[in-house]
Design a protein around this ligand. Sequence first.
Ligand SMILES: NC(=O)c1ccc[n+]([C@@H]2O[C@H](COP(=O)([O-])OP(=O)(O)OC[C@H]3O[C@@H](n4cnc5c(N)ncnc54)[C@H](O)[C@@H]3O)[C@@H](O)[C@H]2O)c1
Ligand SMILES: [Zn+2]
Length: 652
Amino acid sequence: MDDNRSKIEQMRGLIATIKQADIAYFRDDRPIMSDRDYDVAVDLLKKLEQNTGVILSDSPTQKVPGEILESLTEVRHTRPMLSADKTKSVDDLVRFAGGRDVVLSWKLDGLTLVLRYDDGQLQQAITRGREGIIGEDVTHTVRTFLNVPVTVPTRESFEVRGEGVISWENFKKINDSLEEPYTHPRNLAAGSVRKLDPAESKKRLLEFKAFDLVTDLTFPTKTEQLDFLAENGFSVVPHLRLAAPSAGKVKDTVALMNPAGFEYPVDGLIMEYNDTAYGKSLGATGHHENRLIALKWKDELYTTKFLGVELATTRTGMVSITGLFEPVEMDGAKVSRAYLHNYNIFEQFQFGVGDTIQVYKANMIIPQVAENLTKSGTYKLPEKCPCCGRALSIQQTSGGTSQLFCDNPHCAAKLVQKFAHFCEKTRMNIEGLSATTLEKFIGHGWIRSFGDLYTLDRYKEEIINTEGFGVKSYERLQASIDKSRNCTLAKFIAGLGIPMVGRHAGRERDKCFGGSWEAFEQAIKDGFDFTSLPDFGATMHDNIYKWYADADEADLWRPLLDHITFIKENTIMNSTNNPFAGKNVVATGKLVNYTRDGIQTRLLELGAHPASSVTKNTDFLIVGEKAGSKLAKAQALGITTLTEQEFEDMAG
Ligand SMILES: NC(=O)c1ccc[n+]([C@@H]2O[C@H](COP(=O)([O-])OP(=O)(O)OC[C@H]3O[C@@H](n4cnc5c(N)ncnc54)[C@H](O)[C@@H]3O)[C@@H](O)[C@H]2O)c1
Ligand SMILES: [Zn+2]
């Protein structure tokens, strides 16, 4: 009996831990433990309950987990919105199917929602909420989703259940720009749906994937039910019907549904009986309905050795921590790094270099550290910002976790936008450095000034090993960087990001100073009056002087001068590569960068023959805003039309 008592004590401890994790995960969208650790705790609790024969009233095994936000209105579900029974064994799916027709679908990893329609109109949308009984009203944000039908052809009332999700692609795009990035699209989706301001949630590019219908309208099969939803404009979870599948068929299909290639985050598969009446006859527990079962992927553990961490400063000053380990082969790919989501998680592992650790791919996609078997606790985190070298601090975030931060307001990591502007196509035209890539490179301290862009080869190995990079993309990047070493004064100045001083202004100066940087800089030193140039205002003039006097700015651009060779605009224009030389070119409509005379001059400089009307001898038509009959004529004659941007790109 004593033994039972200590087990019950252990159960109480587990219930408290799970409850705390539920609040962090469901209410705050900021998990404090991995799903794997959470599932281990729940499984252990279930085992102890079986073992002792005791189930406590507040046990999470007995109800649907969930928390609700006080700021949202509570709504009672018409029917309890339950969870799913889970297994990690495909054999259980084979047994579940038991020779019946089943439907296998992705178990989408987002926020479960119930949408009610009356008289063909979307009336209300609510979350699964507390115990699947009280949901939160989120109609205001669900209306901002990318794909929710607000009007449907069916007049009878019905409720549709589905998941609010964010695709991997959109997650990467949005998450990078957030002050405190989320660890997984699921948390971003849940946080975004439950925002009070619909304008905010609209930016999160949420999508609704329908997987169930709750209504008096009955369909004999699940597939007919899903077809009904599709016909009413819903995008339905991708699914497959398996007709009385053999064990082999179930196993093959499960193997085929590999989440690595799927565009939305998923955390398993759902198998449901196709015969809806049969499914219903099986009833439900307080936790799940028996008509379906969820397969969660087994986390295959791999043993390796901890080597250290890599820090990277982000544009908000937060410093991300990635654990590095001896490469291990997982699902045919070599993995040697796993993101450690915050400082607390790093601390918990008590790493030491050479410690034996176990790693896995969560839901077969995201590499994670599961455990440190050695726990030597000897590893010391670097104390300085990898980007600027300033001492780092540990700060509590609004989500309640701790993170490393660089407090230096001049830390280059905060200047991602500036570097992205410099690399843009119409400026230095360096391909392969998106804002996200730049953020990574800058965060590691590989780029601190514009000049460092031209010595990236110092980090060749590191870049090739960066996620999303490889030898090929590195070589492409270097080629593009090398090409940009020869550039015109106009593009160069446009790239520096002096407020209001863009390409057109740059070109005027290019002409004035003969394309020479020395002449331009000397002019500033001599107090040259830039307003004497055409279209050059007093503010632009002042901005140039302010920019030139700013020491922080100078630290960024001065190193560049060692790497750039200035070429005269005319030398490139008349190069044999110029596709306009000798061609008949017409411009029509309003152009952004040129006046009517301006474009004629530019075409002449390019060696083209500017013409005013379109004939069958015209080679190119440059099309500006509000183009009229000339465009129609060119199209009729099959003449190549170019936007102003395309014209610029081709002209070089
Ligand atoms: N990391 C943490 O701290 C933490 C805390 C709490 C919960 N969790 C995670 O959440 C899980 C528990 O949540 P749960 O019990 O709600 O289970 P669940 O959310 O994993 O699964 C049940 C839900 O799946 C949804 N679903 C998605 N696609 C579906 C489809 N195609 N067909 C039918 N239903 C579909 C349903 O809405 C259903 O409510 C845990 O296993 C754990 O992974 C993690
Ligand atoms: Zn810094």
